[in-house]
Design a protein around this ligand. Sequence first.
Ligand SMILES: O=c1ccn([C@@H]2O[C@H](COP(=O)(O)OP(=O)(O)O[C@H]3O[C@H](CO)[C@@H](O)[C@H](O)[C@H]3O)[C@@H](O)[C@H]2O)c(=O)[nH]1
Ligand SMILES: [Mn+2]
Length: 742
Amino acid sequence: MGSDREEQLPPLFVTSRGKGTFLYRAFAGSVFLGISLIWVYRLAYLPDDDDDGSSRWRRWAWVGMLGAELWFGFYWILTQASRWNLVYRQTFKDRLALRYEHELPGVDIFVCTADPAIEPPAMVVSTVLSVMAYDYPTEKLGVYLSDDAGSELTYYALLEASRFAKHWLPFCKKFKVEPTSPAAFFNNKSSPESIGTHANEEFRAIKNRIDTTCKLNRVPDQVRSDHEEFSQWDSYSSKRDHDAIIEMLIDRTDPASIDNEGNVLPTLVYMAREKRPDYFHNFKAGAMNSLIRVSSVITGGEIILNVDCDMYSNNSKSIRDALCFFMDEEKGHEIAFVQFPQNFVNVTKNELYGSSLQVINNIEFHGMDGYGGVLYIGSGCFHRRDILCGMKYSKEVKRTTLISRRSGGEDQPIGRIHDPQKLRVLASCTYEKNTKWGNEVGLKYGCPVEDIITGLAIKCRGWKAVYHNPEQMAFLGLAPTTLLQTLVQHKRWSEGDFQIALSKYGPARYGPGRISPGLILCYLTYCLWVPNCIPTLYYSMVPSVYLLRGTSLFPEISSPWVVPFVYVIFAKYAYSLVEFLQSGGTVLGWWNEQRIWLYKRTSSYLFALIDTIVKLLGFSKTTFVITAKVADEDVLRRYEAEVMELGATSPMFTLISTLALLNLTCLLGFGIRLVMMSTDSVVNYSGSMFLQGVLCGVLVLINFPLYQGMFIRKDAGKMPIPTTVTSVVLAVSVCTCFAFLY
Ligand SMILES: O=c1ccn([C@@H]2O[C@H](COP(=O)(O)OP(=O)(O)O[C@H]3O[C@H](CO)[C@@H](O)[C@H](O)[C@H]3O)[C@@H](O)[C@H]2O)c(=O)[nH]1
Ligand SMILES: [Mn+2]
């Protein structure tokens, strides 16, 4: 690399290709051959259209199987794109420091929170402190907390944090603390005990005060009278109806803003944008756009980092990592954003809910990066401000943007506005009226996955994105801890992605000519999560009820056509196991992942499909269900013991348990039939129903935790009795209809 560099400077980052690409491609080719043979078999053996009722039923079921297999095959092809060409990045932070230490750009960091009840302020401010303590010149850092609840509790917590920062930042620097989130650092058993007893005590005290205040739901009178800014809450009527509140807790240009050792502190700003019932607030995208505007006049950093309130910094060098990409002399000018993976602190060993996203993080995103276009996933992403604000790519911008700004002097050329009135205008409901905000400027509105669609639009404007997955994880957050939350989160994601597919930005329509074909396929993998629900529901129901009936839908065990079926299934799952283990998972974790895969497809995606249709018909509006970052002790105990949490009422649960019971009934029915047959017919019969029996058997095995939750467990996390009863009635009725009606 770099042989024809214009200057003889070694690069700030290098890219290397994954190994074994050729072998993988050959393997994928063989699986594709198998899939094609399955299609051929379905077409060649399509049952005749007799008048006889039973064979007509079989013919239709067969056509459905063909449809499902065509879809699965097509979808499998899509998933190959993100495995075709993996790349890995390495940065040289020492070179960056050597060349640019004194002209590093300003960095503004946005933390978003939206509800003090499910996103505890003590957690939020730990995240804020973690990013304030980055190993980066503090006079170039601005940290902004957006509070979509506009809660004085969160403001109070931030006030406490701003005071603690004076101890915490020098402490982190002195002892090279990692991670720089005080909560994470002091909770970590392996953090050296000898250091920081004092800091620890102080942090505990602050955390206690915050937690108590939150529990009492009231800021102490003394604090309130000491800090006149609390009067801004006098006019506050609710989360959805209040004025904009913007408070600068630390101003880095104020000579008094120094830590205990006399170093400058980063600017720290609290922002609750204005909310009114008559104005749609566009969730996180709306908050981000207000932050972009407000920060542009306070600190105006050229680089913006965005994290969710639970995603604390776990690597104090991440800004420098990101800058190695942006400031690389050769390639930096075309990079719009640098995305780090979302990792989670709270995943258990065999991750019951498959929420660690390891395969996405360790394989698929490296594959998308190979096409220059990893997704923007909302948290842990560094953007160039002007690109986020709509700048289009052109070859001429090469080398100008970051470098010219920096050569303007130590400080940014932006006029600093501290006038609260002017700031409030920028965060008002009406500011965006008749502007391009939410469309061409800033994050896009109208989609529950504002991050994905914004990232796609940026790449369609000609920019590249980079994925960086360093060994020491850059960010750590909280994954959902119950089944329902996992399914609801996936409903939001899949629905949002599907909306993109249907929108003007649908990758297949909008992408060609703008992004590479490989990247289009990668995007489609995510954008087409939702339609998977239909073939998956079909495949997990129809063969089973036909098994009960004794109608075969797969080749006989002695037929050579069994080979492609067995090969494709075996190869696909063996490979997915290898991939999962390689990404750091366990065998049981993989098995759990298959279960959650089934539940997501049959419930989250189905409900996302239904909601999409309802919305298209104009009956409902987009919502955003925030994922809880706290759980009861009881729930947490079960989560840690990897016992499935089923103690909630939801149509999603009714659906998955009905499916589970349906398969159980079909398998039992099949068993009874076998027992009642003569030996000869058993051999024949089980031969013709073999694959169907295996499919139904595996579905029963994988649903084991559901049967336990319905019939065996006694704890509070078991399936509610009404849900169990409904599911039994539904499953038995469907089975009875099928067994006797035609
Ligand atoms: O009206 C809202 C709703 C949410 N948020 C914040 O958005 C973040 C993400 O919300 P969360 O409930 O944790 O959703 P996740 O599914 O975990 O988030 C992922 O998916 C979202 C899109 O669906 C992205 O916005 C996130 O960045 C990405 O991490 C949190 O910090 C919230 O406080 C707001 O600021 N305002
Ligand atoms: Mn989250």
